[in-house]
Design a protein around this ligand. Structure first.
Ligand SMILES: [Zn+2]
Length: 282
């Protein structure tokens, strides 16, 4: 069955001057529409959904616009946008779909900045964590964004229901994820390592995971690993297809949540490659 995509144009309404701007998602949506994908409209996450991951003080601060940092502006109504992105991730988890929404989430921890990072890296609520908590099942989170998901690691470190696996560029923002810690397995990779090197690292990472331990796979799907993007690992569409095949090989109900990826054209094509790889083997 073809993976559906969760999207609403409401996520395009802010931040047009920022690198994490609406064009990246608008263009990706246009490309995926042209390829015949079916789209689902999300609803906002409830405050109870958000509170399974974040503290109430942090929710209040986002609501009041008190969370500006050097990378992450306090846009008007960002609480509503961030809630909708979290709600889209919850829907994607429920129906095993791909959430094509912004803002992204994996750098934000329980109370905002995570594990000593300098900023929240364009993130407000940790969408993938909120979605995983909404299902409340043993889950493998595979984070393929080019940056380490320090927020996701902070939220789930020591949680024996969740295994977190991240492949990311090092050295690079946020500077975490250089070693594995307990249930958080980290694979720092050199800049522009290329498709073959990357897929070998992914095979190694997935080999170490006890597949009997989890019932669901969640993919933090960032595409800034694409050749020339913000955290380039020199990847091409071929790598995303290979990632999709490997995720399908886990043989678990799977959902995907967009993280980074700053060229909309590449994001659209890479999502299609990832899902084609996933479906070809599913
Ligand atoms: Zn990233």
């Amino acid at each position: 069955m073809r993976t559906k995509i969760v999207f609403t144009e409401k996520c395009l309404g802010y931040g047009s001057w920022h690198v994490e701007g609406p064009e990246r998602v608008r263009k990706a949506h246009e490309i995926l529409s042209g390829k015949g994908y079916e789209f689902l409209k999300p609803e906002q996450a409830s405050e109870d959904d958000l509170l399974r991951v974040h503290d109430s003080e942090y929710l209040w601060a986002v609501k009041k616009g008190l969370v500006e940092d050097g990378d992450t502006p306090a846009y008007d109504n960002i609480f509503e946008y961030a809630r909708l992105s979290a709600g889209a991730a919850i829907l994607a988890a429920k129906v095993k779909a791909f959430s094509l929404m912004r803002p992204p989430g994996h750098h934000v921890g329980r109370n905002g900045i995570a594990l000593g990072a300098s900023t929240r890296g364009f993130c407000y609520f940790n969408n993938v964590a909120i979605a995983v908590k909404s299902l409340d099942k043993p889950t493998l989170i595979l984070d393929i964004d080019g940056h380490h998901g320090n927020g996701t690691q902070e939220i789930f470190r020591g949680d024996n229901k969740v295994t977190y696996v991240s492949l990311h560029r090092h050295p690079e923002y946020p500077g975490t994820g250089t070693v594995s810690e307990g249930n958080c397995l980290n694979y720092p990779l050199p800049r522009d390592c290329g498709d073959t090197f990357y897929l070998k690292a992914l095979d190694k990472a997935l080999c170490t995971v006890d597949k009997g331990k989890f019932e669901v796979a969640a993919v933090s799907a960032g595409f800034d690993t694409h050749d020339g993007d913000l955290a380039s690992l020199g990847l091409t569409e071929k790598a995303y297809r290979g990632i999709g095949r490997r995720v399908a090989g886990l043989k678990k109900p799977t959902f995907f949540v967009l993280e980074g990826g700053y060229s909309g054209e590449s994001v659209g094509k890479d999502i299609d490659a990832l899902l084609k790889g996933f479906e070809a083997s599913g």
